[in-house]
Design a binder for this molecule. Sequence first.
Ligand code: GLY
Ligand code: MN
Length: 459
Amino acid sequence: MCRFLRFSCIAAILAISLAPLAHSLERQASSVYHARRVALAAKLHGGVAVLFAAEEPALDFMPYRQDEDFYYLTGWNEPGAALLIVADAGQVQTAGAQTADAQTPRTYKEILFLPTRDLRMEKYTGAKLDAVSPGVAEATGVDAVQPMTELPAVLNRLIDSDRRLLRNVWAQPESAQAKALMGFTAVTLGQDANASTRDATTLTQQLRVVKDAGEIALLRKAAAASIEAQRVMMRAAKPGVTERALAGKMTAAWFEGGCERVAYAPIVGSGINSTTLHYSENTRTLEDGDILLVDAACEYSMYASDITRTVPVNGHFTARQREIYNIVLGAQQAAIDAFVAGKSKINDRDRRDPDSLDNAAYNYINTHGKDLHGQPLGQYWLHGLGHMMGIDVHDPADYPAVLKPGMVFTIEPGVYIPEEKLGVRIECDFLVGADGKLIDLDAALPHTAEDIEAAMQGK
Ligand code: GLY
Ligand code: MN
């Protein structure tokens, strides 16, 4: 019968064989990851990159999260894999025993090595694909897929054909797997087992800092679910509710919105806890008259959101809370107004730098309002204005970073006055558009004190 229904049979077989992927993350097109690998190869100075996937967590009931660079380059979300990228090096002088002094071309090559399946572990963590699973080439989108057992032999042959490559292998700097592989490879080539690698993350950082359209779409989905969760929080906050219960309601909204996990430990700080920057115990019970700072957002298919809103627990800011709130909002607006694509910098604490957005916000805070002793408020803002955001909520960047089209970053000024049990932070995520204009990814969430009060009444 299959002869007549060949296509549906193939589809059925593929569907069964790819079943482990059914609940996986939303991947971009395979061509996108391929282009990233080619772009990385162009930065390798004719060398080789070997990147390893994250290991499964030691406690197998903890959720798995892929290594960020590995995910960026492959979209592959299973543990134990390795990616080899060989850069195009044109004609190279080879010095292998069989090919002394020959000229051979070394052209771009990419191989994904998949580990031998652990059928016992799969009883706990679910089925995985290996190099001989049907449909694995299509599923991975990498030019070649081989068993992990081949990796040492492939690397040995590659370096043997051009011994200079031993000093041009790029890997994740803290990777125990890379160290083991390089030690073994060096020994098999009669070299010092302490062969070092170059830091591949310095190169992936350069690529990751500018987001493509697919990444922006995922960031928007993370933002949408995070915005909805913040709205849930605004409706649920009232005296008698615990900080943790609010975190729980937000967690439900994130999961309902399709997110797989929090982007960072939720910060739900009421009263004095609002002045602790990364407070995440979330154990206090909200009281009438408290301010409540909620810095909490989720991750959608590996891409983060990072949102802070500060609300009055009883639904109405006091005059002093409103005053400080408006100063922090004014500082955020001062940074937005000062923004010039290709010129402005984020996380720049050099107070003399006219291009620093941190300075624009700091100057606003320090020239508006006073503390209880008549002193300016600048001293109550302790952290940088923002950071890059992407696969990591704090995406890697060289700070101070000049902001260019395609970059996504936070603007999050704050004022924290423990003496008044009053901490206010307002954090939104911004994309620099192709036209150089800022796009607020969290525009749908209330920003002003009045809009927050309305949202707390379900409006
Ligand atoms: N939202 C936490 C932070 O950016 O540090
Ligand atoms: Mn942040």
